[in-house]
Design a binder for this molecule. Sequence first.
Ligand code: PMP
Length: 354
Amino acid sequence: MKEWEKNIRRVVPYTPGEQPRLPDMIKLNTNENPYPPAPGVRLALKEMEEESFRLYPDPAAGLLVEALAECYHRPKEQFFVGVGSDDVLAMAFLTFFYSEKPILFPDITYSFYPVWAELFGIPYERPALDEEFRIVKEDYVRENGGIIFPNPNAPTGLYMELEGVEEIIRKNPDVIVIVDEAYVDFAGPSAMELTDRYDNLLVVQTFSKSRSMAGMRIGFAVGNPRLIQYLNDVKYSFNSYTMSQAALELGAAALKDETYFQETVRRLVATRERTKKELHALGFRFPDSGANFIFATHERYPARELFDALKERHIYVRYFDAPRIDNYLRITIGTQEQMDALLAFLREYIGEKG
Ligand code: PMP
């Protein structure tokens, strides 16, 4: 090791999903939405003023914050925005997880959490999901420095009813509880309404999945105005202009079209439910996903081999070589046609292997 290497921060980074760009690929590996964003987004892009490029963006992201306030019928002081929910979550880790006590998150969950905890030097513990991949609420009632979990959880897709979420928040009044709702629009009610009653709750959402805007990198948090203030203080100590003006304008445009949003979510959920039936018929098992992906395993066909065979046909899904989940594939829900192509391949594969 070089002498200078002893004095630098060395980390094991998060591994994002592959982003191949093949003309004929079926991309079901990073939970993007197969449908385009609301038509108003393209229009707003066409009409974007030269100022949006030339000038620095509004550091308070007013346009987007106000559009969120209007869309979700809450005061704008309750919103914080960032460059995807990854940025919002990283800021939240930095701001709210500042205790000597360990923060808690599940053993199987979004694999960025341990990376941020390591990067920021936050101690953590990972209570195990039960055999059916459910979060065990009782494990979150002990001394801790904060709690974070996704709902629906990733990569399992399981959604916890709001009563369960509320119980965890209620039993932890002295720490911040972050509920990462990247996939909630495909599942059930958001915990957003609980922020009125619990000042220690931060709910984080994204435009990457249900609003088809992963490429624009837009995420947001909802919480008590004091929490939002603390988050902004940290953000302004890090980078005043996190989001581009283009992202602010296009994000605001996306929020204006509630009908399109509801319809896109409805179509995706319908395809998910159909895909579940077909996968089940082929002998796959999976938790009952409330997200835009299915986390599936087959007792006769190793996930790793299936993953490679699919990739050879340019069908990309996600495989995690991690304890307890190394025989599962996370399959993003695409269009009905894309899922039909995947299912046709699986039928053929299973037929061949017998
Ligand atoms: N949370 C969870 C649980 C996720 O799966 C993802 C997607 N990788 C994110 C947050 C981050 O998404 P984005 O930064 O695109 O908003």
